[in-house]
Design a protein around this ligand. Structure first.
Ligand code: ATP
Ligand code: MG
Length: 355
């Protein structure tokens, strides 16, 4: 089902939690709502489910304007962080429960619940009570219970945050598998960029109730719309080298380095910028090579397969992946150039991307 949010605003008193938010989410996709704590992710989910009324704007499910529909008429399955299973009911009874409310005959209830239990891989556990299950198993049951009604839309609010790191990895793949297998359109809330990058077709990245970018995960990484997006995605985080442009040259904040860089062509003199470079986008270059900056190596590290080095440029520290066959040493000054990918220029005042 296609989900359309049109100029959605949510105010709590004078505080605006979500601000003129518009996006169209495509049928059958897994979409991650990503952003820091308090940016309005749960508020959006709650407006989609109908638990919270919108202050203004419209919500469309395909050709239905559902903005004023009560939650039970929206055909939504919900999964939360705390699985909220009924403790006195067995796994089977928990999964059957939404069908019981809809007064579906017992035989069909059991058939559909058993089928769903198979899809989420809890069919061996049907007679257990929730307290006899691991966290991951409980979350599987919660997902089955949300899906058994065949919802038009599955909403998951940080469903993995109660799980330990390993189980979290396993369950995120499982949620993706279940979503693909059932074909349900799903919106998954997380503040974990890696989780979002790993399982979604599209990501909505938000900050302070405002959408920053809606894109495919890789496009968000390769082509960030602004400084916030560039900073939010990527581990290690992107390196921001502050400076200004003077007569076509990059001048570091302390005024110690001047370098002509073609990426700065056309950027007005005097503008305060960040030259933002992902750690994998630096390349050591010979002395005298054009489009390079002189960097002082402050450390060389090997961790597993990763060979990295720390540097400073005009007083700003940064990190780069550097092949150490080059024999790089601490204290050495080398010229670093840039790859095409992963190098951006942002306006330091507005955060707008210039290049
Ligand atoms: N009922 C409410 N009354 C007043 N303010 C609220 C209410 N619910 C949420 N807010 C505020 O709205 C903002 C967005 O909250 P929301 O719960 O949507 O954030 P979130 O992105 O889900 O954060 P988290 O990652 O911590 O769950 C926050 O600043 C929050 O304090
Ligand atoms: Mg939340």
């Amino acid at each position: 089902m296609q989900v359309k949010l049109k100029d959605i605003t949510k105010k709590f008193g004078s505080f605006t939690a979500v601000n003129t938010f518009s996006v169209t989410l495509e049928d059958g996709e897994m979409i991650c709502l990503l952003g820091p704590s308090g940016c309005g992710k749960s508020t959006i989910l709650n407006m989609l489910s109908g638990i919270l009324p919108v202050t203004s704007g419209e919500i469309w499910f395909d050709d239905d304007n559902v903005t004023k529909d009560p939650p039970e008429e929206r055909g939504i399955g919900l999964v939360f962080q705390n699985y909220a299973l009924y403790p006195h009911m067995t796994v089977l009874e928990n999964i059957c429960f939404p069908l019981e409310i809809k007064k579906i005959p017992k035989e069909e209830r059991i058939r559909r619940a058993t089928e769903m239990a198979k899809i989420v891989h809890v069919d061996q556990l049907l007679n257990r009570k929730p307290k006899e299950l691991s966290g991951g198993q409980q979350q599987r049951v919660a997902i089955a219970r949300a899906l058994v009604k065949q919802p038009r839309l599955l909403l998951l609010d940080e469903p993995l945050s109660n799980l330990d790191a390993r189980l979290r990895l396993e369950m995120r793949e499982e949620i993706r598998r279940i979503q693909l297998e059932t074909g349900v359109t799903a919106i998954f809330v997380t503040h974990d960029q890696e989780e979002a990058m790993a399982i979604s077709d599209h990501i909505v990245l938000m900050k302070d109730g405002v959408m920053q970018q809606y894109d495919k995960p890789q496009d968000l990484y390769d082509s960030p719309a602004n400084q916030f997006v560039a900073d939010f995605l990527g581990n290690p985080p992107i390196n921001n080298l502050p400076g200004t442009v003077k007569n076509g040259e990059f001048v570091t904040e302390d005024g110690s380095v001047y370098a002509r860089l073609s990426i700065l062509d056309g950027i007005p003199s005097g503008k305060k910028i960040n030259l933002s470079v992902r750690s994998e986008s630096f390349v050591p270059m010979p002395d005298g090579a054009p489009d390079t900056v002189p960097c002082v190596c402050t450390g060389v590290y090997t961790m597993g397969k990763d060979e990295t080095a720390s540097f400073t440029l005009g007083g700003t520290p940064f990190h780069a992946y550097i092949d150490q066959e080059q024999g790089l040493k601490e204290g050495q000054t080398i010229r670093l150039g840039f790859k095409k990918r992963g190098v951006f220029v942002f306006d330091r005042e507005s955060g707008v991307r210039l290049k």
